[in-house]
Design a protein around this ligand. Structure first.
Ligand code: ADE
Ligand code: ZN
Length: 358
């Protein structure tokens, strides 16, 4: 898939002179936004995990919802992934995937999400004997109903688990091809350290030939070199996380010049100790350096909040973020999406109308 990026948006310093930081709570809540980095299995709330475990006769390692939630104290990415994969084991049939995604769409709608591109991890399920058709069928049905029930435009991105082999990723792609019309792209997630993007060069080339979009997690826990190889070897169109780019000034300059989107997840980064505190997060610095930063929730059921909570936490902790930045972040979410040019323009006009009328 070719990567044609528009040039950096240059905006007069004070486009909204009538607005101050006091308007931020209302603006953040009211502005339309796209969510581009949400693992749908990471939206499984403990209550739904227990409900599905009971329904499907799946044994859980925790005696109650409270005990499970109390275990959500992570030290790094892997400590989270262990619980995340265990939680996903309650998903068995098509209706489970549908219920999980509809619960997310209801929450996203409340946060004024108008477009969502959902990651899903088929290998987590097919490894347990769940048919690919149940996974994609349930999620695709929920995407269609999100549009009719909530007016949300939604699409699916199939992620390969990078701790598994490339052969397994290729097998997964083959198994998903009968459902090709239900997903728009592929991604790369799971444990980053020791699993560089180039491990998946062949399968990403196959996906490009099929006309699928490509994205990859890189520079979350892994080094900046993984961001470079995701761009140069996998030829992805967005980088998920990417926050460790700041260790390589030449890479930061490249990302800014190309408007290569970084789908940043503030609450995830603090819960997984990528940054010690939200005040130390580099998203404002990267945004002010001209990068196409978007804010996202990653795994909201595990990290303490959905999309609006991520905006609120970032703006509360980072005093250099302005009203202009709120507008820019929302605009970036549309710019970085895989929606049509006409659809992006319509959402951007809605965004401008909110800022003009607040
Ligand atoms: N899978 C779900 N959440 C993830 C994250 N934050 N990083 C990598 N893989 C993931
Ligand atoms: Zn992620």
């Amino acid at each position: 898939m070719p990567t044609h990026r528009s040039p950096p948006t240059t905006i007069a310093a004070m486009q909204f002179p009538h607005l101050t930081r006091a308007h931020l709570p209302a603006l953040l809540a009211r502005m339309p936004k796209a969510e581009l980095h949400i693992h749908i299995e990471g939206s499984l709330e403990p209550e739904l995990i227990f409900e599905l475990a009971r329904k499907n006769g799946v044994a859980l390692a925790y005696p109650s919802v409270e005990a499970l939630r109390a275990a959500y104290a992570f030290t790094d990415l892997q400590s989270f992934l262990d619980l995340y994969y265990a939680g996903a084991s309650v998903l068995i049939d098509e209706s489970d995937f549908y219920a999980m995604a509809m619960a997310y769409f209801a929450r996203a709608h409340a946060d004024r999400v108008v477009h969502a591109e959902l990651f899903f991890d088929p290998q987590t399920h097919t490894e347990r004997g769940v048919p690919m058709g149940a996974v994609i069928g349930g999620l695709a049905r929920a995407c269609a109903d999100a549009h009719t029930q909530f007016g949300i435009s939604a699409s699916l991105i199939l992620c390969f688990l990078r701790h598994m082999s490339e052969a397994s990723a290729i097998e997964t792609l083959q198994a998903a091809l009968p459902y090709r019309q239900h997903f728009i792209g592929v991604g790369l997630d799971s444990g980053e350290r020791g699993n560089p993007p180039e491990k998946f060069a062949t399968v990403f080339a196959q996906c490009r030939a099929l006309g699928l979009h490509g994205v990859a997690h890189a520079g979350e826990e892994g080094p900046p070199a993984y961001i470079t190889s995701a761009l140069d070897v996998l030829q992805v169109e967005r980088i998920d996380h990417g926050v460790r780019c700041s260790e390589d000034p030449a890479l930061v300059a490249r990302l800014a010049a190309s408007r290569m989107p970084l789908t940043v997840c503030p609450l995830s980064n603090t819960k997984l100790c990528v940054f010690g505190t939200m005040a130390e997060h580099n998203l404002a610095t990267l945004l002010h350096a001209g990068l196409c930063i978007t804010l996202n929730s990653d795994d909201p059921a595990y990290f303490g909040g959905y999309l609006l909570a991520n905006f609120e936490a970032a703006f509360a902790a980072l005093p250099t973020l302005t009203v202009q930045d709120a507008w820019q972040l929302a605009r970036n979410s549309f710019e970085a999406s895989f929606a049509s040019t006409a659809q992006k323009a319509a959402w951007m006009a809605e965004l401008d109308a909110v800022f003009a009328s607040t």
